[in-house]
Design a protein around this ligand. Structure first.
Ligand code: UDP
Length: 244
């Protein structure tokens, strides 16, 4: 259950969703930006003192997306989705490496068995790792094609009893229209699931979103480039957009 005291973290256990896009550096063309990994390591290190348990779900869109592959070069959708899921493994290992180098205890759990590389996802083992203070990185999405890593984040968050999903993106929250195209776009600080749905704000894909709504799991959308944002969100400060 979320804590209530002002000096206590609002959330005891969270799933942090990082899209593959957030890992890419568009300027340098780096697929996995070293600076982003460093920043993530700093953010996660800063959580040690407050004790919030963190499981990270990484996307793979910086490397491959099944749907895009099917459209652009006719890759079979299931094959493409498998390639997409493997992309998340690459990202997850890069993140694991960086977090370990900064002194954090990390475990990678995969939805597709690959014994030599990562542990299989087992719910009770996952919660045990979190209780031991280890950061978890969930890779390979749900293990099923025709899904997204947003869905994996919603699924895992429910499975491990997380209090919230923190969705780190390139934009600092949810706007009523595209802030890159409209100067008068307004950012929501708080929005209900229902309003987000009816206004088609595209917080997550519909399946992931309804899994959160059905289980009353709040989603906080914020910018990856906002330093200290992860800790602020966890402490209950008004950062980004709260969906719930
Ligand atoms: N994917 C999948 N099943 C899953 C999760 C992901 O098939 O459970 C595939 C899908 O092709 C997706 C790709 O992996 O496009 C990368 O994931 P996603 O697009 O969610 O990454 P992000 O947008 O977060 O970078």
């Amino acid at each position: 259950m979320p804590a209530t005291s002002p000096n206590q973290p609002k959330y005891r256990r969270v799933v942090l969703k990082i899209s593959g896009e957030a890992l890419r550096n568009d300027q340098t063309g780096q697929t996995i930006d070293s600076d982003v990994l460093d920043r993530l390591a700093d953010e996660l290190k800063s959580l040690k003192e407050i004790g919030t348990q963190v499981a990270v779900v990484v996307g793979g869109g910086n490397i491959f997306r099944g749907l895009a592959g099917a459209r652009s070069n006719g890759t079979d959708r299931t094959t493409g989705d498998n390639m997409g899921m493997l992309s998340t493994v690459i990202n997850g290992l890069a993140l694991m490496d960086r977090l370990e180098k900064s002194g954090l205890a990390v475990r990678v759990m995969t939805a597709i068995p690959m014994d030599r590389i990562a542990e299989p996802f087992i719910q009770r083992r996952a919660t045990r790792h979190l209780e031991q203070g280890r950061i978890l990185i969930f890779v390979a999405g749900t293990g099923n094609p025709y899904c997204t890593t947003d869905y994996a984040a919603a699924l895992r968050a429910n499975e491990i009893g997380a209090d919230a999903i923190l969705k780190a993106t390139k934009v600092d929250g949810i706007y009523d229209k595209d802030p890159h195209k409209h100067k008068d776009a307004k950012r929501f600080t708080h929005i209900t699931y229902q309003d987000a749905l009816t206004q088609r704000l595209g917080v997550m894909d519909a399946e992931a979103f309804s899994l959160c709504e059905a289980n009353k799991l709040p989603i906080i959308v914020f910018s990856m480039s906002d330093r200290g944002a992860v800790k602020k969100v966890i402490m209950g400060e008004a950062v980004g957009t709260f969906v719930g």
